[in-house]
Design a protein around this ligand. Structure first.
Ligand SMILES: Nc1ncnc2c1ncn2[C@@H]1O[C@H](COP(=O)(O)OP(=O)(O)OP(=O)(O)O)[C@@H](O)[C@H]1O
Ligand SMILES: [Mg+2]
Length: 293
């Protein structure tokens, strides 16, 4: 499924300031898109347009080229398209564990598939597939989600969205509040999920640029409701001043920028610490500018 926003405007209050101000964005099928921006820049508001929770007040959303909110469609048809959109664009909210409510982990993960009216065997298969994808032991099935650690609760919440088998997985700061290991593990699990499902799309919101470097093919920066920069993360980190938008480039990018001001110009494809270290080591050996890693 491809998604496209065309000149989307949105505000929460009639006469208030625009929270989204002319957002145009293409999200092709199978892509991995990062969305970054400071607090209050409009990221969550933007995500809520992607699965039809919010409707553009100007501009439109296109899903595979068609507008699910097209006013020319009958009310029933629009409602059906919106239901379809919610089902296929799975949104993991900020702090999703706050929305766990069932007595057991299994029931919580099964909640979405059950609502789809799937047969019991298929629900079971989906619960197990998504638990495995999130690295959750099946022993946890009968446990209350409220007896789990924060990191496990987060994984159960993400597994509940994965069990819907969304074509587009949208995650709003999924690693917020996790410790470094929990963050790394969740990122690796998402990368593996993406590798196993190359035609599915991930849209990932984070303040953390090191995560963007690892995960996103393309990064979009929003500031006060407008897109101010986009491109491959490594390029943006090295060419743009992210601080002015309330963001901090990852340490690897800051290191490379520091070396550049001292005459060492490195061109790395990825800001992976090992690649960067290799490029610097080679440059030092040669006593010349850093080569491509
Ligand atoms: N329900 C609401 N009613 C009124 N204003 C809102 C509502 N939700 C968000 N806003 C305002 O819209 C703007 C954008 O908020 P949004 O939550 O989209 O930002 P964000 O980029 O996700 O921020 P954060 O990084 O803190 O999660 C903010 O100024 C916020 O105060
Ligand atoms: Mg937000």
């Amino acid at each position: 499924m491809s998604l496209q926003l065309e000149e989307v405007f949105f505000r929460y209050e009639d006469q208030g300031p625009w929270v989204l101000e002319g957002i145009s964005l293409e999200i092709p099928r199978g892509s991995t898109l990062g969305i970054a921006g400071g607090t209050g820049s409009g990221k969550t508001t933007l995500l809520m347009h992607l699965n039809g929770l919010l409707l553009p007040q100007k501009g439109r959303l296109l899903v595979d080229g068609e507008d699910p909110h097209d006013p020319h469609l009958s009310r029933q048809k629009r409602a059906a398209r919106r239901r379809w959109l919610r089902r296929h664009v799975g949104l993991v909210f900020q702090y999703p564990e706050n929305q766990l409510f069932e007595e057991t982990v299994e029931k919580d993960i099964a909640f979405g598939p059950k609502n789809l009216g799937l047969p019991e065997a298929e629900i079971q298969a989906r619960v197990e597939r998504s638990m495995a994808a999130l690295g959750l032991s099946f022993d946890l099935k009968g446990r209350s989600p409220f007896q789990l650690s924060g990191g496990q609760m987060r994984r159960v919440a993400v597994a509940g969205v994965l069990a819907m088998e969304p074509e587009v997985l949208v995650l709003d700061e999924p690693t917020a509040g996790l410790d470094p290991l929990g963050r790394q593990e969740l990122l690796q699990l998402l990368l593996t999920w993406k590798k196993d499902h190359p035609l599915r799309t991930i849209i990932y919101v984070s303040h953390r640029m090191d995560e963007m470097a690892l995960l996103a093919e393309r990064l979009v920066v929003i500031h006060r409701g407008k897109i101010v920069a986009q491109g491959p993360p490594a390029r943006l980190f090295l060419q743009e001043d992210l601080f002015r938008w309330g963001l901090e480039p990852p340490p690897t990018a800051q290191l490379l920028l520091g070396l550049k001001t001292r005459g060492l110009e490195a061109q790395v494809d990825r800001l992976d610490p090992r690649e960067v270290a290799l490029a610097i080591a080679r440059a030092r050996q040669k006593g010349a500018p850093c080569g491509k890693a």
